[in-house]
Design a protein around this ligand. Sequence first.
Ligand code: SER
Length: 875
Amino acid sequence: MYSGNQLRDMFLKYFEAKGHKILPSASLIPKDDPTLLLTVAGMVPFKPYFQRRVEPPFPRATTAQKCVRTPDLEEVGKTARHHTYFEMLGNFSFGDYFKNEAIPWAWEYITEVLKIPVEKLWVTIYPEDDDAKKIWEKAGVKSERIIGDPENFWAAGPTGPCGPCSEIYVDLGEARGCNKPGCAMGCDCDRFLEIWNLVFMQYNRDEAGVLTPLPKQNIDTGMGLERIASVMQGVETNFDTDLFRPIIDHVANLAGVKYKNNPKNDLALKVVSDHVRAVSFMLADGIRPNNEGRGYVLRRILRRAVRYAKLLGIDKPFLESAFQVIQKDYSHAYPELKENENFILNHLNLEEKNFQATLEQGTQLLQDKVKELLKQGETVLAGPDAFYLYETYGFPVELTEEMLEEQGLTVDMVSFQTAAEEHRLRAKEQSQQMRAVVESPELMEKAKLLGRTPFVGYERLSATTRIEGLFVGGEEKQDVGEGEEVMVFLTETPFYAESGGQVSDRGVMRTSRAEARVLEVKKGVTGTLYHRAQVTTGVLHVGETVEAEIDLVERQATTRHHSATHLLQVALRSVLGEHVQQAGSLVSPERLRFDFTHFSALSTEGLRAVEGIINEAVLKNMPVAATEMPLKEAKLSGATALFGEKYGETVRVVNMGLFSKELCGGTHVKNTGEIGLVKILSEGGIGAGLRRIEAIAGIEALTYFRALDDQVMEVAQNLKAQPLEVGKRVHGLMTQVKDLEREISQLQAKLAKNEVEGLLKRVAEIDGIQVIAAAVHVSDMEGLRQMADLLRAKLKAGVIVLGATSEGKVNFVTVVSPTGLSGLHAGQIIKEVAKITGGSGGGRPDMAQAGGKDPSKLGEAIDRVPTIVRGFLKK
Ligand code: SER
């Protein structure tokens, strides 16, 4: 019997013998592909080859590709064959062979290598694809076993390469079927299992849904490893293969249940085992759980796993031990499970812990809500409530739906979507604006034609080059005049395009008759550099020679910050530990920002130590050198790499003496001494397990210290103290200020008491009601209220109106005591009073406050109080 590992190897070897290059699986994060969130099929990494956006470096390839698909999330565990994460075996032709080879090879592999009996096999084709039919027949498939199916057309997403396809099915026998009359090939049940899909990639679909023939005909095939393993191992479901059993057994063990003993437990075991595989591989590729895009997919799957484990009775954290089982079984084929172990475990544990806590809180909240709904005879939870659970407690809406389902309730998905959409739109607005510019079809076409723009800016600060293209608002132009903003393509460029966290260069372009300011440079998917520029004088023409020159001062400042970032990374690792991973960075002329994984705040001493190590490395004036080499070699040499670098790629390794070795395409100093002084400005948390450091280097550090120095000198002068003594002196002053404040408030209280006593002597009476109206000396509303309270305690039945000026405005407080006295209302009275000083206000019947604008009218307002009170008494 073949193991899953053997089946993977056999497939690759078979196609290697047919001239295919075996490539390792690409990352689950599709590279440079805004149309896809995750790698959903073996062909995803090859899209640029099919579309000929990039010239394929080899004509044939074969892979076992890690894939994640989530549209069928709910199906996982319920059927024999649905998964979130799975491996897809495939052979690919980039404009090389087509159906004539792909079909007989697939047939040969299935019937002669795997030796699946022909009587068990069926084939489907796209109904109009007579070619395919003939080729299958020629390969040995009986005509009655070839079925036309209009659904046999495959595409990776709404847009992109696609084509008619042909599938191979295995009949697993009647016993595995639904036993319904008419159960035959094409039935949805578990009897007929699709094992291999051969796509004849020959079209590209655009946003309007229009198909255009691709430049060449291609082949993309996909065979699910888990499925073929279930067939070859003769087991009932994919979950019973050796690809799943160890993890299922492990989880069953933890839960103290037996697999295949109780259908409800089995479902949970299958869900948990599937999901744990998915989250392990997603984390291994550097996806971080969060609330957007693929991070949200990961979080959702992880949380679902935790919840199903809970259903099994597992209440303790279990993801780490489950991951270890997966690591043991898979790290031979997928070394990233070992390489990124720290990252994976940190996130698994943190997410699990956080979710356990929110799960408890959120569940309680949901149960209360359910009770309320049931009491009112309702069955639908409002969308905004579900969104609240999502936003505040991190409940994926699907989880809420499932929990409600258990009690016969549903979520109003329409209003949920509206709430979610509003939230998302706000966040997305900005990034979309940029995309609109870069993705004009005309511009893309030109970029494809031009390909990679050679970058000469590592060594040179200016270059004599040529204008290859000019675009205004996405439209191609021959010339562009003064004042216009234009996208410029150059033959080669000294301008660094924004990447790897380093901001783009700015500078100027000069032709013999014109000049333009380069504002920003970006890199497109084809490697073409887009120079966004503004013409300042004259007219730019396509084809002209141009002198391109970067802003040297800015570039040097950026470069210093970039080199400092490398030193920072090493310093952090040596102080905090090897688990520190870069999680993003921004390097600009003004400063550097470095995000990294770590689980607690750095102490002041820790930060000092980091800063010390960096500055020592600067002072050692180590030489900095960049070398290009294949990724594999770079990794072997121990260079620090980020996630997502692609196989086969040549990478640039930047060494700083023996101190640091990092994969990096950015610009760097020649010797560390050029970086100058490095100063950390701040350190703080930016998310679960993520920290951020901001720092400055070189001139920026000098500027910072000068500003600091100026401040200290000024303070010292004012205090008539030595600069290094200001700390002590300020501390002394602060103690003094506190003492004075205490004294003042005691005096104020005394004053208020005196004032109250004075006021009580001036009580007026209107129709038997005591009225106190006065302008007093109290600096804020709080003091005014306190005074009114003191007066209230002394009055039997009456109205108090106090006013005071404070910071150029007027404050009023009114009290009517006891409440409802003669129908008087404090809010109404104060409204009339405040109006006189140009203000407004209101409040409760017994107590109200208000503000006014004109302090000169305060006296008048207070004088009018008796009349106003009288007015209300008459009503
Ligand atoms: N892209 C096709 C699929 O995923 C064949 O690889 O089914």
